[in-house]
Design a protein around this ligand. Structure first.
Ligand SMILES: N[C@@H](CCC[C@H](N)C(=O)O)C(=O)O
Length: 279
């Protein structure tokens, strides 16, 4: 079988995009995705994203496999890449500058901006312990600045779901965090029954946060869109930042806003095509 693909990245968070508009079933299996994402024996990527037909009145459906073959509910950098990929697939027949995308986290709306970026209506953050999910607090209460023991240390964590789970910790200096050692301990901690993405945040000032991330199913990545959104929400809940801020990631900057008007999160950032190929 030959699979055509296009490689994209959003701030170095890279994905193999597959045109799957013919069918609601992904053209490749999670096992094949693991092999394609391998940086030594495959194409190399943090995940594989499928552009599938729309459902329930949406234009398209997005599904994604992480590089370990697991399937997350949403991917922020990925949905910007998907919007750019769909624009390329539709060519001049494209009738509008936004898409309604069905995801496991609900309907997400990416919009192409005049300066070539993508602004995404990411929906509203979910804050209850049962929505993350985490067992760290009673199901109907929020997890804001609660202590958690990991690696002989007490971390104060805030949990936010952007459809997928995020655990955020504010630190003095993100560069000093041994991500490859403690990242997996957070991801697999028993208080997170569906594992978790983990963000370490340094507050530079109320409009500027510096972030490093350990992603569920992908490990250290250069950027995480849902993680940046969740971190801004955690910053607001802890009175550490404004509702609009630049999130500085190893791969570049994202602009995130938690709108006071509709309580939704808006993320703006780039999506870059790298190359196409056949496998
Ligand atoms: N990098 C993504 C998030 C991808 C999914 C994540 N690894 C998970 O399992 O939830 C982003 O930009 O949001």
């Amino acid at each position: 079988m030959t699979i055509e693909f296009t490689k994209y990245h959003g701030l170095g968070n890279d994905f193999i995009l597959i045109d799957n508009r013919c069918d609601l079933t992904p053209l490749i299996t999670p096992e094949m995705a693991i092999r394609m994402c391998d940086r030594h024996f495959g194409i190399g990527a943090d995940g594989v994203i499928f552009a599938l037909p729309g459902q329930k009145g949406t234009d398209y459906t997005m599904r994604i496999f992480n590089s370990d073959g697991s399937e997350p509910e949403m991917c922020g950098n990925g949905i910007r890449c998907l919007a750019a990929f769909l624009t390329e697939l539709e060519g001049i027949s494209r009738s509008k500058d936004y898409y309604l995308i069905h995801t496991l986290a609900g309907v997400i709306r990416p919009q192409l901006t005049d300066d070539g970026q993508v602004r995404v209506d990411m929906g509203s953050p979910r804050l209850l312990a049962q929505e993350i999910p985490t067992t760290l607090a009673p199901g109907n209460s929020k997890v804001i600045n609660l202590p958690l023991e990991i690696g002989n240390q007490t971390w104060h964590i805030t949990c936010v779901s952007m459809g997928n789970p995020h655990c955020i910790t504010f630190v003095e200096d993100v560069a000093s965090i041994p991500l490859e050692i403690i990242g997996p301990e957070f991801e697999h901690h028993p208080v997170f029954p569906q594992r978790t993405n983990t963000e370490f945040i340094q507050v530079v000032n109320p409009h500027h946060l510096k972030m490093r991330v350990w992603e569920r199913g992908a490990g250290i990545t250069l950027a995480c869109g849902t993680g940046a959104c969740a971190s801004l929400v955690a910053g607001v809940l802890n009175n550490l930042c404004d509702r609009m801020a630049i999130i500085e990631l190893p791969g570049g900057n994202l602009e995130i806003e938690w709108s006071e008007t509709d309580q939704r999160i808006y993320m703006t950032g780039p999506a870059e095509r790298v190359f196409t190929g056949k496998m």
